[in-house]
Design a protein around this ligand. Structure first.
Ligand code: SD4
Length: 341
């Protein structure tokens, strides 16, 4: 298990030492920086660097985008120990860790699990739902029962650190989602209470896939499901157009079918960054007051390998990996200002 803070520092140092790919300053990366075999993988947040590094070998040897995103997501769920994905995720307000995940390929095949307990790799359970059932989503006990039938094993997911944080939270029991600018990277010792891994890949054969995995909002109501396992909200992929994923307060993505929206905007000719920006503007238009205190972030990759991101507030970073270079961490400088693009 890696130490999150150490990992964060290493990643950020690596990122500052790098020349940003062309287009990065504008919040997007063009297709020309794409790679020897045309493959590319992008992921949300600083830990996206590690997820991309795990996913890249699959793409480098000509493997599928679907295998690559599952591999990257499994890294975040199992090897990274942070408070927001997989094994070390923070619990809900009743002290129970519940995980949400989805996976989708560009042909419209998809699977998801929500409110899954005691299983480390929800993304792989989601893939089994996609491949071995006629359904798209399983939730709660049924999802766990299916996972056990598929050979996944139960594991206690609430770490000592998560338990301590939860007990601390219980003292005030204040349910207040934080904007990620407050996150640990900015103020050491300050823990974010949401950060999902969304990972999108384009493989050498030109096919797209994506996955999204999270423990959701810390201290959420028991039974709350966010956007990450909801196809069209936290994740959407279409080989004809591109791929999109989201992070932040999931209720806003669900309200706007936001990842679907980003892909549809790209279908109409928008660049990935413009599509992400328009989706943010929709979120703000619907809930202008709430938007002041909630973070919402989108990341998109089109079928040509162009990347774009846009966030409601500062602090969103994403990682890009291609041609074996997997340490680029980019700050999404494109945040909502209320002014026209
Ligand atoms: C959720 N979207 O459950 C997830 C949490 C997240 O950055 O992405 N946080 O709402």
């Amino acid at each position: 298990m890696s130490n999150r803070r150490q990992f964060l520092q290493t990643s950020l140092m690596a990122a500052t030492a790098l020349a940003l790919p062309r287009g990065a300053a504008a919040g997007g990366i063009d297709a020309k920086t794409a790679t020897s075999n045309g493959a590319r993988v992008v992921s949300t947040w600083d830990f996206g660097v590690g997820a991309n590094q795990a996913a890249w070998p699959v793409l480098a040897k000509g493997g599928s985008a679907l295998d690559a995103v599952e591999t990257g997501a499994r890294w975040a769920e199992g090897d990274l120990c942070n408070s927001t994905v997989g094994r070390c995720g923070y619990p809900d307000r009743d002290g129970v860790v519940t995980l949400d995940a989805s996976i989708m390929d560009g042909d419209g095949r998809c699977g998801a699990v929500a409110a899954l307990q005691d299983i480390v790799h929800p993304v792989s359970v989601a893939r089994r739902v996609m491949e071995r059932t006629p359904h798209v989503m399983l939730v709660g006990e049924g999802a766990q029962q299916f996972a056990l039938q598929q050979g996944f094993v139960k594991e206690q997911l609430r770490t000592k650190e998560a338990e301590q944080a939860w007990r601390e939270w219980l003292k005030k029991s204040e349910y207040k989602p934080q904007i990620n600018a407050e996150r640990a990277a900015v103020k050491p010792g300050n823990k974010e209470n949401h950060d999902t891994l969304g990972i999108l890949a384009l493989d050498a054969s030109g096919k797209l896939a994506g996955a999204c995995t999270t423990s959701g909002m810390a201290w959420k109501l028991h039974g709350r499901v966010g956007d990450s396992p909801i196809i069209g909200a936290g994740l959407y992929i279409d080989n004809e157009v591109g791929a999109a994923t989201a992070s932040g307060v999931g209720e806003e993505m669900i309200r706007n079918a936001a990842s679907f929206l980003v892909v549809e905007l790209m279908r109409q000719g928008r660049t990935p960054m413009d599509a992400c920006r328009e989706a943010i503007e929709r979120v703000v238009r619907k809930r202008p007051v709430a938007s002041k205190t909630l973070q919402v972030c989108f990341l998109a990759l089109n079928k040509h390998g162009e990347v774009g991101a846009f966030a409601l507030h500062k602090g969103f970073v994403y990682a890009v990996c291609d041609a074996g270079k997997c340490d680029a961490l980019l700050e999404s400088r494109s945040v909502y200002t209320g002014k026209p693009a």
